[in-house]
Ligand binder design. Structure first.
Ligand SMILES: Cc1ncc(C[n+]2csc(CCOP(=O)(O)OP(=O)(O)O)c2C)c(N)n1
Length: 713
């Protein structure tokens, strides 16, 4: 297969099609990718000034020299983290970065040293980072794959292929909400990624969403014809990524990515159009990496990888040498080039020596960056919502109303938020009250929307993303589990995703296995993601406000079975989750029932029935299940001697198991009068037929029976 694919590239059998979007796109015809003439022809320097081009030459040399030094340190075993080198691809990032400014919002991928350096971030910071030192650009928490330079507009890179594309789309949404910067137009969101990323679904969701919302978003694909070991012809029906821009009806350029002038020309036009509000663009830079997928080796003739002849051919298309040669026609000399190379090498070697002297991150940072430090919320009551009778659903609406009215940085994105029924009564008419720019209904793209909310939060907004059913949220797991929950930690606590991800548990009524799940335990397993689960009408409002105003990613999970509960609430006020502790909802002395969300109601209903039978239950409502505070439940069990954990999720590895472990670790076993017990869903997906549903879900009567049996011993 490898020979066939290489032959296809070398014999000119590649996909020749190129892309024009009538009246919209600016496209250059590369012709046959395999024809070396397209990559070795003398560069046309157009009208670009010589000093500008010499600066671009410098930037490419800086990237190459830095990566060569990193490669040597990697080969010598000094750098241990995986390094993905872009040697040979320098023109792509330098050409795009030429038209970016510090207020733009660029995100990278696993191969991002070049993006970071092209945007002007510090070599010292990169060197210390790849050595895992505290002076690194990510404080020694990122290694080569998580690098950060927000001061120059480089928001961060991650090794989850395509993972940052939706984040950049969200940052572009934020840029659009910010509005133009004087006469210089909008800031842009930028995602740098490879051809392999275009095989991920989220890339297509993002193209669609950016195009539909007409966002100032630049998709930069460095098509180096490989994804780790596999040739593009073995993965895609065409070797030209630009074809996807056609489907999204956006501007695009598919160009020789080893020609920095062509890259600059395309970037100037397409970034310029985005700044003017003309919408997103895709820039495809066709290029090639000289080294293997990861590490310093060239990976020649191994398995399905490339041949020596192919690597040699591409080295003849060297973007640095091509620009250098073209500049000679303008009087730039070889001696000047060599002097510049020497200056750069001295700079990079000095950075390496400095990095070697830097310290390791201190031990306290291991846990110290996971959550934001407590911050006192403004305790001044703001009487937007007078004391009113609300139900659980309208209390969530009241929280949104309060936040949108008092916090201009809050916005909402999600499916069904303009609908009168999609999310119950929790969003009714908020779009009419606050405008469709702050309450944004979305395409059916959970991954893109959630990632976009994360990205917008990194760009200065308190973003709320809504999933009308928690089941649908599973499609957004990368944004939640890989990105939001880890963002602060992997960048050494320098930035945080202030995003609230709302998932609704909406079950019963014969909706079946994929419309009934309670997945809170999954998410509570993730360090860095707070999980709030309101059980009462007051908490439906206040925990939502606290979730949004906490400087961490928070999952807020509400339950449609609680929507009918009513209560009188005083005016809302600013809160954070640091203000929230587990609550004793009912005092008692025979047994402690510990639960969250709907299970608290079950416990309360059961406690009432039991009281008539002479049994006194204490009910603890956890309210927040990650990070979980076991202290209140443990103190209660120390008093009652008995524990029943009740949870609406499945048994295995669930919240109830965590409650039992967390409480029993904290009480002297001698105080226990009975074995701690749990009531959960049986480990089966939800049924649809009525009799089986009755069997499946826990009732207050079943809780009563279980408590009685525990008391009997
Ligand atoms: C979601 C995901 N799937 C698979 C991988 C493993 N992986 C790491 S890099 C890579 C290749 C990506 O290729 P491409 O996007 O073309 O970028 P390139 O490496 O060529 O720069 C793969 C498959 C990953 N990191 N993330």
């Amino acid at each position: 297969m490898s020979t066939q694919a290489a032959a296809k590239r070398n014999a000119g059998a590649g996909d020749d099609a190129f892309y024009t979007i009538p009246g919209k796109g600016w496209v250059s015809d590369l012709g046959d990718l395999a024809n070396p003439a397209h990559f070795t022809a003398p560069l046309d320097l157009k009208n670009f000034a010589t000093d500008v081009l010499v600066q671009k030459l410098h930037d490419m040399v800086l990237i190459r020299t830095t990566e060569e030094v990193i490669a040597d340190m990697n080969a010598a075993g000094e750098i241990k983290c995986p390094t993905h080198l872009a040697i040979g691809q320098e023109a792509a990032s330098v050409g795009v970065a030429a038209y970016l400014r510090k207020t733009d919002r660029a995100f990278g991928c696993h191969r991002s040293h070049s993006h970071y350096l092209a945007m002007g971030a510090s070599v010292d910071g990169l060197m210390a980072e790849v050595l895992g030192r505290v002076d690194g650009c990510s404080k020694g928490f990122g290694g080569s794959m998580h690098i950060y330079g927000k001061d120059v507009g480089f928001y961060g890179s991650v090794p989850i292929v395509a993972g940052t594309i939706p984040l950049a789309v969200g940052a572009a949404m934020a840029a659009k909400m910010d509005g133009p910067r004087g006469t210089s137009g909008l800031d842009v969101g930028v995602a740098f990624f490879g051809d392999g990323a275009c095989e991920e679904g989220v890339f297509h969701e993002c193209l669609n969403m950016a195009a539909s919302f007409k966002l100032p978003m630049i998709f930069v694909v460095e098509n180096n014809l490989f994804s780790s070991h596999l040739d593009i012809h073995l993965r895609q029906p065409s070797d030209r990524i630009a074809r996807f821009a056609d489907a999204a009806k956006i501007n695009c350029a598919s160009i020789d990515g080893n020609d920095v002038v062509a890259m600059m020309e395309a970037s100037e036009k397409l970034i310029g159009a985005a700044r003017r509000g003309e919408g997103p663009a895709l820039i495809e830079a066709v290029t090639y990496r000289w080294r293997g997928h990861v590490g310093p080796d060239e990976n020649i003739d191994v398995g399905v990888r490339r041949t020596a002849a192919e690597v040699t051919a591409w080295k003849q298309r060297d973007p640095v040498a091509r620009l250098c040669k073209a500049l000679e026609a303008r009087g730039y000399t070889r001696a000047q080039f060599e002097a510049m190379q020497q200056t750069v090498r001295t700079q990079v070697e000095a950075a390496r020596e400095k990095a070697r002297l830097s310290n390791w991150p201190p031990e306290h940072m291991l846990t110290g960056t996971v959550y934001a430090a407590p911050k006192k919320a403004d305790s001044k009551p703001v009487a937007v919502t007078p004391t009113v009778r609300l139900n659980y659903g309208t209390a969530i609406r009241a929280a949104h109303e309060y936040l949108l009215a008092n916090h201009p940085d809050v916005f909402v994105l999600g499916q069904g938020v303009w609908s009168p029924w999609y999310v119950g009564n929790s969003m009714t008419d908020l779009d009419k009250q606050f405008g469709k720019n702050r309450v944004v209904d979305s395409p059916v793209s959970e991954a893109a929307c959630t990632g976009a909310a994360v990205g917008a939060s990194l760009a200065g907004y308190r973003a709320i993303v809504i999933h009308p059913r928690i089941d649908f949220m599973i499609l957004a797991c990368d944004a939640i589990a890989n990105q939001a929950s880890k963002w602060a930690h992997m960048l050494g606590g320098q930035d945080r995703a202030k995003v609230t991800i709302r998932g609704i548990i909406n079950r019963g009524g014969e909706q079946g296995a994929q419309h009934s799940q309670a997945l809170h335990s999954w998410f509570a397993h993730l360090p860095g993601l707070r999980v709030a689960m309101p059980a009462t009408v007051a908490d439906a409002r206040d925990l939502f406000i606290a979730s949004v105003l906490t400087d961490d990613p928070v999952m807020f999970i509400d339950d449609r079975w609680l929507y009918a509960q009513e209560d009188d609430l005083p005016p809302a006020r600013d809160l954070t989750l640091h203000d929230i502790k587990p609550a004793i909802r009912r005092e008692g002395h025979d047994i402690t029932l510990v639960a969250a969300s709907y299970s608290v109601k079950l416990a309360m209903d059961a406690a009432e029935i039991l009281e008539a039978k002479g049994v006194s239950c204490e009910v603890v409502d956890l309210r927040v299940i990650n990070p979980i505070d076991h202290s209140v439940a443990a103190a209660s069990v120390a008093k009652t001697g008995r524990l029943l954990a009740i949870d609406g999720g499945w048994t295995n590895c669930g919240l109830a198991a965590e409650i039992i472990a967390g409480v029993t670790e904290r009480v002297d076993w001698k105080v226990l009068k009975a074995t701690p017990a749990r009531m959960t869903l049986t480990d089966a997906p939800a049924p649809t037929s009525q009799p089986l549903e009755k069997l499946y879900y826990t009732t207050p009567e079943q809780v009563v029976a279980r408590v009685q049996s525990i008391l009997k011993g």
